[in-house]
Design a protein around this ligand. Structure first.
Ligand code: FBP
Length: 549
């Protein structure tokens, strides 16, 4: 039985993603000079002897089309979904077929686990056509298995040899592209004949550098969240009775919160990176929010919006130290931990340093418990499960009650809580993400047919019309540095945090006091897919500001 499809799904099927001019005809590769990683050069040179120092690649129009042999390629989607993944697959498929119609594409099921467990399906034209320009990763699914053990690499090799696969595309965030870098090095060192290409995905927007200007999905997710924030703000300024505390996904970096603030002009937006740079305590953050609430209340405005990045807790310096010690303790500990949460709490307190033990003991029980929950396979705290919006609003409530008793505040403080996360990760990709992802997939195909490995597909200059986008490849090794994970030093791709000297933050900082005092809300409305380019193809404000120079 054919599945019922929505009117938009049917209409989007017909959408033809825009490709850069240089990818449309015959293509040639141009190499720039050798590259170096951002830090820890000597250590990384030793760990990645075969893929260290590769040149940046750029595709240009060629005079004549080259013939490439048919090739079998595998693809896997890794980590959280992000709008546009299906277009990476369709761009890769079309790019491979353009070079040789006998090339084949295999998808590994549920992420890296599918490669290791030999679960796959061949992706045919009919299957891919069903998913063009749709959100989600459901064509093959995704997972967070970390590829780190030699036996996993060997299991992968086994199935790829069986399917005669010569290249593997790993679509993921910083951790998954770290996997891609490690795998590329391993297969090159072994002369296994398998190329590995990464692709920058994550709604978090923290996988970017001089050659990768954004990760796909960030654009759509921010537009979806901004639509919802705008709707909440309109309700807020209609009913005039609630303070809305809105937590936004984004694991570590505050790019999503910042972009949504630029799109919607809330009364308050906390930027974790600023909290860390200013060495702020939890109480400082609470006092700042309470002051804005009190200032507005004095003018009779007992309503407003507060945007909170989900990673905030980890950026408060004292909390960061606590989490680092908890990570080591929970990674190393072989001691039996009891299941009752009060006993678990006491056990943790008894093991922590006195300074961290006292902070841990002072936290509300629910937050303390959330901090000791299982880590993800990469050793990260599952920040999306920590209810920071509830923690902050209750602490603000307590502070305001104190101020009221002291006669410093007169007003009403009623709250609503929201967590915007999963509702933005699988939306229909915006035109920007649909075009960007299709181009990334197409660029990956070109890297593969030209024999490259250890590269991330890259498409730049995306604030310009798609015609002028610059496609190529960025060496994964240039993005690595050494970081402490689960109690040990590991090579990982450096996360791009919000740059406090960058234009997006400075623009926000220049306006936030006005947005706090006044009600200057903006209502972005839903993503537009059909209509004039200025309405439908516009990139994020973050990207526009970053590229404005
Ligand atoms: P990726 O970095 O894998 O793209 O994950 C993004 C993200 O949505 C984060 O914003 C969030 O903290 C996390 O995934 C939630 O993970 P999960 O899907 O496992 O609940």
């Amino acid at each position: 039985m054919t599945k019922t499809q929505s009117a938009l799904q049917l209409a989007r099927k017909a959408y033809e993603p825009k490709l850069p001019k240089t990818l449309r005809g015959a293509i040639e590769v141009v190499e720039a000079g050798v590259t170096e990683p951002v830090a820890d050069k000597e250590e990384l040179k030793k760990l990645f002897p075969h893929t260290y120092g590769l040149p940046i690649l750029r595709f240009v129009e060629a005079q004549e089309k080259k013939d490439y042999p048919a090739i079998n390629v595998g693809i896997l989607l890794s980590g959280g979904p992000a709008p546009g993944g299906h277009n990476v697959i369709s761009g890769l498929f079309d790019g491979l077929k353009k070079n040789n119609k006998d090339s084949r594409l295999f998808g590994f099921i549920l992420g890296p686990g599918g490669l290791v467990n030999h679960e796959y399906k061949e992706l045919t034209a009919e299957m891919i056509d069903e998913y063009r320009n749709t959100g989600g990763f459901d064509i093959i699914g995704t997972g967070r298995t970390k590829l780190e053990k030699e036996e996993q690499f060997e299991k992968g090799l086994e199935i790829m040899r069986e399917l005669n696969i010569k290249a593997l595309v790993i679509v993921g965030g910083d951790d998954s592209n770290t996997n891609a870098a490690v795998l590329a090095e391993y297969y090159k060192a072994k002369d296994a004949g398998i190329q590995v290409i990464g692709c920058p995905k994550t709604i978090d927007g923290d996988l970017k550098n001089e050659v990768v200007e954004t990760s796909f999905g960030f654009d759509t997710a921010c537009k979806i969240y901004s639509e919802i924030i705008g709707n909440i703000q309109r309700d807020c300024s209609s009913a005039c009775k609630y303070w809305h505390f809105i937590k936004l996904m984004g694991r570590s970096a505050s790019h999503i919160a910042l972009e949504c603030a630029l799109q919607t002009q809330p009364n308050i937006c906390i930027i974790s990176e600023e909290v860390a740079a200013r060495n702020m305590t939890l109480d400082d953050v609470v006092t700042y929010i309470a002051s804005v609430v009190a200032e507005r209340a004095a003018k009779g405005l007992n309503f407003g919006t507060v945007l909170i990045p989900e990673g905030l807790i980890e950026f408060i310096p004292a909390m960061k130290k606590l989490i680092a010690e908890l990570n080591e303790l929970l990674a190393d500990s072989t001691e039996q931990q009891t299941t009752k949460s009060s006993e678990q709490r006491n056990w943790v307190i008894s093991k922590l340093s006195p300074e961290n033990a006292s902070i841990f003991a002072s936290l509300p029980e629910s937050v303390a418990n959330q901090l000791t929950l299982d880590r993800d396979p990469h050793g990260n705290v599952c920040v999306s499960r920590i209810e920071t919006e509830v923690l902050l609003s209750s602490m603000v409530g307590t502070k305001l009650a104190q101020w009221k008793a002291e006669g410093k505040y007169v007003g009403k403080f009623a709250t609503q809580h929201h967590f915007l996360g999963y509702e933005g990760r699988c939306g229909f990709p915006s035109n920007y993400d649909a075009d960007y992802c299709y181009s990334l997939g197409y660029a990956a195909a070109q890297l593969i047919v030209t024999g490259k490995s250890g590269y991330m597909a890259s498409v730049r200059n995306t604030v310009a019309p798609a015609d002028e986008w610059i496609a190529g490849g960025a060496p994964l090794s240039m993005m690595l540095n050494m970081e402490r994970r689960r109690g040990k030093n590991h090579p990982v791709i450096k996360k791009a945090l919000v740059d406090l000297d960058g234009k997006p933050f400075k623009t926000f900082a220049a306006h936030r006091d006005k947005w706090a005092r006044e009600t200057a809300f903006i209502y972005p409305g839903p993503i537009q897919y059909f209509g004039p380019s200025e309405l439908c193809d516009r990139p994020t404000i973050t990207l526009q500001l970053e590229k404005a120079d």
